[in-house]
Design a protein around this ligand. Structure first.
Ligand SMILES: Nc1ncnc2c1ncn2[C@@H]1O[C@H](COP(=O)(O)OP(=O)(O)OP(=O)(O)O)[C@@H](O)[C@H]1O
Length: 241
């Protein structure tokens, strides 16, 4: 069963009175506990697709089902609550709050989720340690390198123990060596925590790193390559369809 199902999804943007088609007739299933890459050139529709999967935007047509829930009928408030509970996000420009320390940035979604202080502290320290930043907990983003900032963002995305983490070109602002280390870290976290990761990349070579690769061009899926099913059972099997 799938973490995300898209059925016949289409999306256009309005530019003045003209419709700019971004995605057409997308049928896609994202498997749980897998590392999935959406691969395509600039303008092919990767961000649009991630925004629909992440319930940040809604399709013009078609169905988006996330964690077994059809999202079309949800109000904007319900959708935002759903996102906070089930999804984690990583962005190419890190999107950390500059006035908060690494510790506070990772803690922030836990405060919003009203997690008790002791549990919050334990989760933040575990995650900062897991991403190799235990000694940088009290540094602000401006005192960290790009790779370290993205590590904080990965820890933050995982803080609420989401079912699915979405990353839009997470290595775009990093040099290739740091980018490879970030991909390896995401892969390790995905496997250790049995969470589904979906990330986008314009680099066709990246598919070697993934379980599943979705190739997209001009708003349409041109191919899907699936690897073997994951060995370990997903942690969230009781919740995920
Ligand atoms: N807000 C918008 N208004 C109008 N057109 C848009 C908007 N956002 C995206 N588009 C158009 O939709 C298409 C898909 O864009 P999208 O950003 O999803 O592609 P992408 O593959 O993520 O590109 P990139 O790799 O350059 O970030 C493009 O033709 C783009 O110009």
């Amino acid at each position: 069963m799938s973490t995300v199902i898209l059925r016949q999804v289409s999306k256009s943007y309005r530019l003045d009175s003209i419709a700019v088609p971004a995605l057409a007739d997308i049928d896609l299933a994202i498997r749980p506990d897998c590392f999935t890459v959406i691969c395509g050139p600039s303008g092919s529709g990767k961000t649009t697709l991630l925004n629909l999967i992440g319930c940040i935007d809604r399709p013009d047509r078609g169905e988006v089902i996330v964690a077994g829930q059809a999202t079309a009928q949800m109000s904007d408030d319900a959708l935002s609550d759903f996102r906070a509970r089930h999804l984690g996000f990583i962005f190419q420009n890190f999107n950390l709050l500059p006035v908060l320390t690494a510790y506070e940035n990772v803690e922030y979604p836990l405060l919003l989720a009203q997690i008790a202080p002791a549990e919050r502290r334990a989760r933040v320290l575990t995650l900062l340690d897991a991403v190799g930043l235990a000694d940088k907990a009290h540094h602000r983003p401006g005192q960290l390198s790009g790779g370290q900032r993205q590590r904080v963002a990965i820890a933050r995305a995982l803080a609420t123990d989401p079912r699915l983490v979405l990353a839009d070109e997470p290595t775009a602002n990093l040099d290739s060596q740091t980018g490879s280390a970030i991909i390896a870290l995401m892969r390790r976290m995905q496997q250790e925590r049995h969470v589904a990761f979906v990330f986008s990349s314009h680099d066709p070579q990246i598919h070697a790193e993934a379980d599943d690769t979705v190739f997209i061009r001009d708003g349409r899926i041109t191919a899907i390559e699936r690897g073997s099913p994951p060995l370990a059972a997903p942690q969230h099997a009781e919740v995920m369809p």
